[in-house]
Design a protein around this ligand. Structure first.
Ligand code: NDP
Ligand code: 8X3
Length: 248
């Protein structure tokens, strides 16, 4: 398989690349940080192709797709993993720029990448799009405001892809994890405050990037007649918030 992974420079994306390449597949490593994907590509050898790409820019996506060598163009699996959360401030305090960046990356970037890859999959009559959603797209929590809303978008977009793709042989999945450590997710969310990021995982056994990579690999290696619409994972130590009731 040829697997196109956005956000391959860190976290889930890098783990997903290692898992697919380790099982004999070819991986396209897309992200903005060129040095990171170049390093991962040299670790993975001929199985990997680094591709500098900013998913928020349609021009960047077009240029990256045009730069793909001919023998890397038949993409079997697109993993829309690039994404981020910024901040945990309440809606009335959070900087509007943070909301814009999350929407541009998690929603606009994801749909632009999908639209760039989908026509060739449909023409070939096979393919799979795995979108990285989140439990935050289903369950609200304080400070989740726009991050959770972008992941709810990912869930509904994935289901609507399924509606459009029935009969084409192309599959689509929303892979929605909960608390997952060992990635840069919280460092990005807390804007480089590594102590605040580390606190999120204190005293927990969170999911790992490898758990997510193994799940993506399982989805991609199911027989072609099986479509996982939505799969949600949480670490055993994570549960649900109680309803908040403000008492006078
Ligand atoms: P990381 O911060 O470790 O990795 C995020 C990746 O996204 C990086 O490789 C980064 O690369 C890339 N990225 C960000 N913006 C862009 C952009 N504009 N263009 C291209 N690539 C971009 O996070 P995780 O691995 O933890 O998260 C991956 C996905 O999983 C995200 O969508 C996240 O929302 C989701 N998720 C994470 C959970 C968690 O607890 N960790 C749980 C549930 C879902 P670069 O900066 O080099 O461009
Ligand atoms: C990341 C999971 O619970 O931090 O999508 O929002 S959570």
């Amino acid at each position: 398989m040829i697997v196109f992974i956005t956000g391959a420079s860190a976290g889930f994306g890098a783990a997903i690349a290692r898992t697919f390449a380790g099982n004999g597949h070819r991986v396209i490593l897309a992200a903005r940080r060129e040095d990171r994907i170049a390093r991962l590509a040299s670790e993975l050898g001929e199985a990997a192709l680094p591709l500098t790409l900013d998913v928020t820019s349609r021009a960047s996506i077009d240029a990256a797709m045009a730069a793909l060598p001919a023998h890397w163009r038949d993409i079997d699996v697109l993993i829309n993993n690039a994404g981020l959360a910024l901040n945990t401030l309440p809606a009335h305090e959070v900087p509007l720029d943070d909301w814009d960046t999350m929407i541009a990356t998690n929603c606009q970037g994801l749909v632009s990448m999908t639209r760039a890859v989908l026509p060739a999959m449909v023409a070939r009559g096979s393919g799979l799009v795995i979108n990285l959603g989140s439990v935050a797209g289903r369950y609200p929590y304080p400070g989740g405001n726009v991050y959770g809303a972008t992941k709810a978008f990912v869930e509904q977009f994935t289901l609507n892809l399924r509606a459009d793709l029935v009969g084409t042989g192309v599959r689509a999945t929303n892979l929605a994890p909960g608390l997952c450590g060992g990635t840069e997710f919280s460092n990005v969310r807390f804007k480089g405050d590594d102590a605040a990021a580390a606190k999120v995982y204190e005293g927990t056994t969170p999911l790992s990037a490898e758990d997510i990579a193994n799940t993506a690999y399982w989805i991609a290696t199911l027989p072609p007649h099986v479509n996982v619409n939505h799969i949600e994972l949480m670490p055993t130590c994570q549960g649900f918030s109680p309803f908040t009731i403000k008492r006078s």
